[in-house]
Design a protein around this ligand. Structure first.
Ligand code: 3HC
Ligand code: NAI
Length: 650
């Protein structure tokens, strides 16, 4: 069946694209559209063409699966020019998303109309490339340079109403898109046509504008190349003739398409799409989620409750007594108030978020909850007592989850009636921000319960990764190895500050030591002490020495570094040097690339062990854990991807 078909409504042709799942611009689709232009140009009964898509979305972009292969004709920029040069005006009728090449095709059309629910954008930089079919050249001609810079360098789509106000589209409709687009076409034919987008003027901003944007774009890019290269293309588009800017954009696109960063970002793109729908749960229906309970309103409980409310789910928040409940409610309110301060929520929205929370000390309020997430103290006795109460308070089919970081979920589930509805849902702090959700089944967990965990992740817009049971699950287990690797380097004489600087240069927001100072060294210390108390052989770490000397991190004025009050900048610490003196073997010179490669190699080695033990199903899942839970640079693809490449330079 052809991916492009043509119908007629009087003198208006309807060109329908049907290339599931997302109408990506495969070779067949490019050819089909090219042929449609030729056919309609040759048909004297046609005065205009409406380009519309079947299925869930307008054209969502180039076909990412073709990116590893040599480009094939017809090339997309030529197709966009061909549509623009058609003898009859084309009108793009957009529903869902018009992204990347999809929006470029729309910009080749003389008009763009959209459903009010639609969005448009140029997300290419998130795939490590720049738009390759005039996105950087036509967008400034439609919306001005400033808006084009925002759109292209951020890669973030905008909703139809915003797109209309920016001039990216010409009309927004509700209801029947095709009928509205046909009516729009008929009306447009009664008036003079606007010039094709490529012929519209563009006003070039001054040097100061570009200098300023270069700084802000570089800061946001955090080491990714594509946003700055896109900025260069936009500058060319503002200052050079259309054809010259197009040639520059195409050359940049082809160069970046073959880059390591683009390969890494494509890997993440497909990993993220595979993660939410594991094949073994494809035919399993999750339980409906209408109301969710959260036990504990501390750091994690409040964050989880906020995430649930952001997704529109009613929440029952249970605390142990009225004082703790007041604190928990205040924690939750503080999260929404913070969002108001940052302009993310209006006051009314924040109030509505709070209004959807039932705060109580009475477990009976959980009688109609479909899912309950426990986030109380990390102590087995406390957790077991909570689950005893949940066993009587909740429906027998309600899913019961623990947010434990390190306890064995099998011990928490022990004794629970219907343990098939139990699982671990390990959120990351801050839980309303961090996208990773480790999903940890126990042996009894049913597929339906597991599928419900994945459904929750989708509802919360989280990235779910299934983990088997081991100490620290996937993420914290790798973190432990990474930290141990960093400490081993310190013992060899590599300066602490050099290790942190190396990991920052690699693309992490912080190195391992400054990150511990921020989060506190005491949590991991207490965990090691707990294991020692149980008779386990846990060798002394350098961190233990610091905590025993009262150095727990920024909160105590110092950890691996010293801090002056009110200043979060780490300063090398003479006290640490003295405390660790006996453990450090002289000084070792190691360049930053080598440090980063070594530590990423440590992460990958632990990842490999995790795979070998069947704790994780796929290497790409481990990459997602590091990217979405631990700030590993996305454009490196994750430690498994980066290490598999082996020769990848830092
Ligand atoms: N190419 C190939 N396959 C794609 C694709 C693309 N551009 N976009 C999505 N898919 C596939 C996914 O891999 C997934 O496949 P699967 O079902 O086998 O796992 C399927 O389509 C559905 O994708 P989602 O699960 O993401 O579907 P949603 O409905 O949640 O989202 C979407 C739809 C918003 C369109 C989302 O898929 C998306 O954002 N896609 C990427 C769009 C994009 O990045 N486009 C730019 C491409 S680069 C480009 O155009 C270069 C040009 O300038 C030359
Ligand atoms: P927290 O100490 O900030 O909060 C725990 C809350 O549980 C307190 O508000 C306390 O009053 C409440 N609580 C204790 N017993 C209770 C009971 N019987 N009934 C109701 N509420 C009770 O602890 P935090 O950091 O929120 O951790 C909670 C859980 O989440 C722990 O299991 C921890 O390991 C896990 N976790 C913590 C992360 C973090 O970064 N803090 C990350 C991921 C998981």
């Amino acid at each position: 069946m052809s991916v492009v078909s043509i119908d007629h409504q009087g003198d208006i042709a309807i060109v329908t694209v049907d290339n599931p799942p997302v109408n990506a611009l495969s070779k067949a689709l490019r050819q089909g559209l090219w042929d449609a232009v030729e056919t309609l140009d040759a048909d004297p009964s046609v005065r205009a063409a409406v380009l519309i898509c079947a299925g869930r979305t307008f054209i969502a972009g180039a076909d990412v699966t073709e990116f590893g292969k040599p480009p094939q004709e017809p090339h997309l920029p030529d197709l966009v020019d061909r549509i623009e040069g058609a003898e009859k005006p084309w009108i793009a009728a957009i529903h869902g998303s018009a992204l990347g090449g999809g929006f470029e095709v729309a910009m080749g059309c003389r008009f763009r109309v959209a459903l009010d629910s639609a969005s448009v954008g140029l997300p290419e930089v998130s795939l490590g490339i720049v738009p390759g079919a005039s996105g950087t050249v036509r967008t400034p001609r439609l919306a001005g340079v400033e808006a084009a810079v925002d759109l292209v360098t951020s890669g973030k789509p905008v909703r139809a109403a915003k797109a209309l106000s920016l001039g990216l589209i010409d009309a927004v409709f509700a209801g029947d898109l095709q009928a509205s687009a046909v009516a729009f076409a008929r009306d447009a034919l009664t008036r003079d046509l606007p010039p094709p987008v490529s012929e519209r003027p563009v006003t070039a901003p001054d040097d100061a504008f570009w200098d300023d944007r270069r700084k802000t774009v570089a800061k946001a890019a955090k080491g990714a190349d594509a946003p700055l290269r896109a900025l260069d293309c936009l500058r060319k588009a503002a200052e050079a003739p259309f054809a010259e800017a197009m040639a520059h954009e195409r050359q940049t696109f082809l160069e970046l398409r073959g880059s390591d960063q683009a390969a890494a970002l494509r890997h993440v793109f497909f990993a993220e799409r595979a993660a939410p729908r594991p094949p073994h749960l494809r035919d399993v229906d999750p339980l409906p989620l209408r109301r969710v309970g959260v036990i504990g309103g501390g750091t994690m409980g409040a964050g989880i409750a906020a995430a649930l409310r952001d997704a529109g789910l009613p929440v029952v928040l249970v605390e142990r007594d009225s004082e703790a409940l007041a604190r928990g409610t205040a924690n939750l309110r503080a999260i929404f108030e913070g969002a108001v301060k940052r302009g993310k929520l209006s006051d009314a929205q924040a109030e509505a978020r709070m209004a959807g929370v039932t705060a109580t000390t009475d477990y009976a309020a959980l009688a109609d909850a479909d899912l309950v997430i426990e986030a109380v103290f990390e102590e087995i006795a406390v957790k077991r007592a909570v689950f005893d109460q949940l066993a009587t308070a909740c429906r027998l089919d309600a899913v019961l989850a623990t947010n434990t970081s390190y306890l064995d979920p099998r011990l928490i589930a022990d004794g629970l009636p219907n343990p098939d509805r139990f699982l671990g849902l390990h959120f990351f702090s801050p839980a309303n921000v961090m996208r990773l959700l480790e999903i940890v089944p126990v042996p009894q967990t049913s597929d339906r319960t597991l599928a419900t965990g994945f459904a929750l992740a989708r509802a919360l817009n989280k990235i779910p990764v299934q983990s088997g049971i081991c100490e620290g699950f996937i993420g914290n287990r790798i973190l432990k190895r990474y930290r141990a690797g960093a400490e081993a380097l310190v013992r060899q004489g590599v300066p602490i500050a050099e290790i942190d600087a190396a990991m920052r240069a690699y693309g992490l927001a912080m190195g391992p030591f400054e990150a511990q100072d921020l989060g506190g060294l005491d949590i991991a210390f207490l965990q090691r002490e707990g294991a020692r108390a149980l008779g386990q052989d846990v060798p002394e770490t350098l961190g233990d020495i610091l905590v025993r000397a009262g150095r727990k991190g920024q909160k105590t004025g110092g950890g691996w570094y010293d801090y002056t009050p009110g200043d979060r900048r780490p300063q090398p610490s003479p006290m640490v040097a003295a405390l660790l003196a006996g453990r450090i073997a002289g000084t070792a010179a190691m360049d930053r690339d080598a440090i980063a490669r070594h530590l990423v190699g440590e992460m990958a080695a632990e990842g490999q062990a995790i795979l070998d033990e069947g704790i994780a199903a796929r290497a790409s899942d481990i990459d997602l854990v590091e990217i979405h839970g631990y700030g590993f640079p996305r454009w490196r693809g994750g430690p498994m991807f980066a290490s598999a490449a082996g020769t990848r330079t830092v």
